[in-house]
Write a protein of this length. Structure first.
Length: 122
């Protein structure tokens, strides 16, 4: 599952808004696995969780962040997303929205991810 927040203004307000959005997406992923479809999908927080969920016959979900904009200027959020938020966030990609070497294929991929992430998860 990908928690994607498109890059906005590089200001305190922009970072705070992105942070709120990504936490809401984490919450949506938890709701999916814990309330909406717990018989079908399990949210893995650890490798042991992956094994346990697979053995149960359910699909496994882990959460990652597509682009680091929600981190803002506070590097402590990396640890927060990993631990405290309970988000099970286990990876983060680099964004392509400002990349001068982006290709049309990357741009299409970024748009596809953004469109599919509007509900908070992918």
């Amino acid at each position: 599952m990908i928690a994607y927040v498109g890059r906005g203004r590089l200001t305190d307000e922009g970072y705070a808004n992105a942070y709120r959005q990504v936490v809401a997406k984490f919450d949506a992923a938890h709701r999916l696995a814990e309330q909406i479809a717990p018989k079908d999908i399990g949210l893995a927080l650890t490798p042991d969780d992956v094994l346990r969920i697979v053995k149960s016959g359910r699909s496994v979900a882990v959460i990652g962040i597509e682009n680091g904009y929600p981190i803002g200027t506070d590097i402590r959020r990396v640890r927060e997303f990993y631990d405290a938020v309970g988000a099970a966030c286990r990876w983060r990609t680099t964004g392509t929205t400002s990349c001068p070497t982006r290709t049309p294929a990357r741009t299409r991929r970024t748009r596809r991810i953004a469109a599919s992430a509007r509900a908070g998860v992918r």
